[in-house]
Design a protein around this ligand. Structure first.
Ligand code: KIV
Ligand code: ZN
Length: 501
């Protein structure tokens, strides 16, 4: 059986999606979940890009024990040195070097000839080898590169010691048959190809990234680059959950292959990445969308009750989605609560469990049914390790059609209790302004979203927002059955992150 190496680039290419940036704490949370998920390699970032990225890659390298950690570098000495240093504490480090090889990039981006590009790549691989024995090389825009030059570059990279050759479909231009031929041609025309692993990196500009990745595997690629929820530059990257579940579900086609992914951790990874990046997963998204295992039509429901496989090709439990959605309410005890959390993949210590249970009871008092997604939000909120500087004590708002909205907010900071009042353009705005008065900061709200976590009039509302205070920004999350409270919690969450930076 052939093993397919799953290379996760959520923290690098995924983070390149406009607006998806994560701080070090958030990257560590995602990296831990990727480790649980069983990915083989985590591409943790692009260390030369910023001090924050360098710190995040170093922190991930130090934390992660069960998988390799990779850092991206252009074929520039400074990039390579930053990547090498950031990986110092990694158990299994890898430097991923990339350099464009297509005529379009050579002519317009570099204004260089093929020969010059070859020399730069050769030098860079040699330099990278001084920092790390495991090198992956990507001829960027490989799918639009003239084949003769591509084969030459690959042969050279392997000769210089690159153990993995990644084939990026950088602009998502290719289609499955073409990718199949390209990988087959590489196998046939690069004399030393057996000394390296062929990898595939597909973008979704034409919605073909998963199909292209699977096609590459059938042709001989043994590593696939993926991201959780398919987030990534522009239209995104091949989504890990789709590639992995296609391999698992279509055993008739992919029976000769296996990977090490614990698929029951998929849904949890998806929710975590969505919450931390502020990227809402479309309801109809394959595998992890809210509707992926929901059945609306009577005919379907009837058939499903008779035999699930009539309309479901996968068992939702295989991706960590419980079949029964209605689970807990205010009469449930701690035991049932812990049981359900264990099923969902959360293993809390006693202190975390107590805090989460308290919060659960608060929510259950206001909300009749607690669904799995409600629980996930409650627990993820309580498991965050950062100690909040500001805590919400209480708030009141007065708003309506005939009055100017007015809010009064009480916050706690250590033993101090502080109160702020303000009017605003709406009740949420009035609360935010009241908080600004307490913390005495000029806060810029850059993004604000409210979403119902589950359905029904008493649904738990989840607020996500992005704030900027002076030059620092942070994403905040908050949830409550009261949407104003959810917004206030999210606002404080972001402020606390900025203060703790
Ligand atoms: O899409 C791309 O070409 C990349 C490279 C850095 C591999 O992300
Ligand atoms: Zn990419």
């Amino acid at each position: 059986m052939n093993r397919i190496i799953i290379f996760d680039t959520t923290l690098r290419d995924g983070e390149q999606a406009p607006g998806a940036s994560m701080n070090t704490f958030q990257k560590l949370e995602v990296a831990s979940q990727l480790e649980k998920l069983g990915v083989d390699i985590i591409e943790a970032g692009f260390p030369v890009a910023s001090p924050g990225d360098f710190a995040a890659v170093s922190a991930v390298a130090k934390l992660i024990k069960k998988c390799g950690v990779c850092a991206l570098a252009r074929c520039i000495y400074k990039d390579i040195e930053h990547a090498g240093k950031s990986l110092k504490k990694a158990r299994a480090p890898r430097i991923h070097l990339f350099l464009a090889t297509s005529k379009i990039h050579l002519r317009y981006k570099f204004k260089k000839a093929e020969e010059e590009i070859e020399v730069i790549a050769r030098d860079s691989i040699r330099h990278a080898k001084k920092f790390c024995s495991d090198i992956e090389f990507s001829p960027e825009d490989a799918t639009r590169t003239e084949k003769g030059f591509l084969f030459r570059m690959i042969e050279m990279a392997i000769k210089e010691g690159a153990a993995t050759i990644n084939i990026p479909d950088t602009v998502g231009y290719s289609y499955p048959q073409e990718i199949y031929s390209l990988v087959s041609d590489i196998k046939e025309n690069v004399p030393n190809i057996n000394k390296a692993v062929i990898s595939i990196h597909c973008h979704d500009d034409l919605g073909l990234s998963t199909a292209n990745s699977l096609s590459a595997i059938l042709a001989g690629a043994r590593q696939a680059h993926c991201t959780i929820n398919g987030i990534g530059e522009r239209a995104g990257n091949a989504s890990l959950e789709e590639v992995v579940m296609a391999m698992k579900t279509r055993k008739d086609v992919f029976g000769d292959f296996y990977n090490n992914i614990h698929t029951r951790e998929i849904y949890r990874a998806s929710r975590l990445v969505s919450n931390l990046t502020n990227f809402v997963v479309p309801p109809n998204k394959a595998i992890v969308g809210r509707n992926a295992f929901a059945h609306e039509s009577g005919i379907h429901q009837d058939a499903i009750l008779k035999k699930r496989i009539t309309y479901e090709i996968m068992d939702p439990r295989d991706v960590g989605i419980a079949e029964s959605r209605l689970i807990l309410g205010k009469h449930s005890g701690r035991h049932a609560f812990r049981d359900r959390l264990n099923f969902l993949g959360f293993h809390l210590n006693d202190e975390q469990l107590n805090k989460a249970f308290e919060r659960f009871k608060e929510v259950a008092d206001r909300k009749k049914d607690i669904f799995d997604d409600d629980l996930r939000i409650i627990v993820e909120d309580e498991m965050r390790e950062e100690k909040p500087v500001w805590q919400l004590a209480s708030f009141t708002v007065n708003s309506g059609t005939q009055v100017k909205p007015k809010a009064s907010v009480v916050l706690k900071k250590k033993s101090q209790t502080l109160k702020g009042e303000s009017t605003g353009d709406g009740p949420v705005d009035a609360c935010f302004k009241a908080i600004d008065r307490i913390i005495k900061q000029k806060v810029k709200l850059e993004d604000f979203r409210l979403e119902a976590v589950t359905s029904g009039k008493d649904a738990l509302g989840h607020a996500s927002l992005k704030l900027k205070v002076k030059m620092r920004d942070a994403v905040g999350h908050g949830s409550s059955t009261d949407i104003i409270e959810a917004a206030v919690r999210a606002y404080l969450d972001a402020i606390n992150k900025i203060e703790s930076k």
